[in-house]
Design a protein around this ligand. Structure first.
Ligand SMILES: O=C(O)C(=O)C[C@]1(C(=O)O)C=C[C@@H](O)C=C1
Length: 363
């Protein structure tokens, strides 16, 4: 390094050192405030209810609105999520169950939402993820609920119907699929392993690039990556987390057919969330089995001006050709208009279950 360069860098680096020292002080000051918040919650009998998704969403939105740059909002959000994750873990270390093994998109969603201080508890099935929280072995669950290409995740929807858990948050994850293999030449690939949904998301790419490779569906993308790391002539379709976990090179990147491929995950716990200012409410309803019944179930929303952001039907398992409807509406169940819509709906629906109100995902 030339003397000039060294001198020029030394000045700015000294400035950075000073700022880091200030940041360190401020971060620890913030952590002490979070500890105090924890003590106050405990004094008020809320020791088991430390995580507050509505407050976290408000903090992140406020910082995004105030961000003067040059750091992008995405980076600010990532950083402050980690700060809150570390502060929260001083109040109460959180256990978060998700569909394992490590290396799945569910792991990425869990880390994106709860940060790196949370204890990750990978489970063998979505049923087990629900059970871990219901039996209090984990504080929260992260479960996939819909993909922009493949639609609803049926098992999650069915389990929501019978579970006592509440939805307290959502995470939206852009899904980038990669072809991972130790092979360096596409012509050597004879088998492609992945989860059925991921194979479907890359269907056209596989037809075009690897038309003769056998497609084999396995329990998870991470399991597929493990196979690709052990066998010759094998590739896996999986995300970043699996590539890192199994040290697999990417033979092709971003191979999903739909460039906006996105999965929405729900956060489940024993409570839903308080109002954050920008919220959603999810519910399940069923109509009496007669003409015009669904239309009548939708009337309370138009009467009150409450918007529906999602309407999905699933077979009601107890009766042939009867359906339950999964609905997401804008607003919190404590908002007066939402409350009025839900009160009217309760009088019309054959069955109504409020799954919870929670902050709209902060990106
Ligand atoms: O404000 C609170 O209730 C806190 O516990 C503090 C804090 C934070 O670090 O800002 C940490 C965890 C909660 O989920 C929300 C916010």
């Amino acid at each position: 390094m030339s003397d000039d360069l060294q001198k020029a860098l030394a000045g700015v680096r000294a400035e950075i050192d000073g700022i880091d020292a200030e940041l360190l002080n401020l971060l620890n000051q913030r952590a002490r405030c979070a500890q105090k918040v924890g003590e106050i919650k405990a004094e008020h009998g809320e020791a088991g209810h430390i995580y507050r998704p509505e407050r976290e969403a408000q903090v992140l939105r406020r910082l995004q609105d105030a961000n003067p740059g040059p750091l992008p909002n995405e980076g600010i959000t990532f950083f402050f999520r980690e700060v809150m994750s570390a502060c929260l873990s001083l109040e109460q270390p959180l256990g978060v169950a998700f569909l394992g093994p490590l290396g799945t998109f569910s792991e990425s969603a869990a880390t994106k939402h709860f940060g790196h201080a949370a204890r990750l508890l990978p489970q063998a099935s979505i049923d087990d993820v629900f059970r871990e929280v219901e039996s209090a072995h984990a504080h929260y669950a992260v479960v996939p609920v819909e993909n922009s290409t493949e639609g609803a995740v049926g098992r999650t929807m069915d389990l929501l119907l019978g579970s006592s858990l509440k939805i307290c948050g959502e995470v939206v994850l852009r899904i980038h699929q990669n072809l991972l293999s130790n092979e360096t030449d596409l012509s050597k690939i004879t088998k492609v392993y992945s989860h059925a949904q991921s194979l479907a998301q890359c269907h056209e790419w596989l037809n075009r690039v690897l038309p003769n490779a056998q497609r084999i569906s396995v329990g998870s993308n991470a399991q597929a990556a493990q196979k690709a790391s052990e066998e010759a002539g094998v590739a896996a379709i999986a995300g970043e987390a699996a590539a890192t976990r199994y040290s697999l090179p990417r033979l092709a990147e971003n191979i999903e057919d739909e460039p906006n491929n996105t999965t929405r995950f729900l956060i489940l716990g024993k409570h839903d969330a308080g109002p954050s200012g920008r919220d959603k409410t999810s519910l399940i309803m069923s109509a009496p089995n007669r003409t015009g019944a669904l239309y009548e179930l939708l009337l309370p929303f138009s009467h009150t001006g409450v918007s529906l952001s999602r309407l999905e039907s699933r077979p009601a398992r107890h009766a042939l050709w009867e359906y339950v409807f999964y609905v997401d509406i804008d607003g919190h169940r404590d908002d007066p208009t939402v409350k009025a819509a839900l009160d009217e709906l309760a009088g019309r629906a054959a069955y109504l279950k409020i799954l919870g109100s929670y902050p709209v995902a902060v990106y």
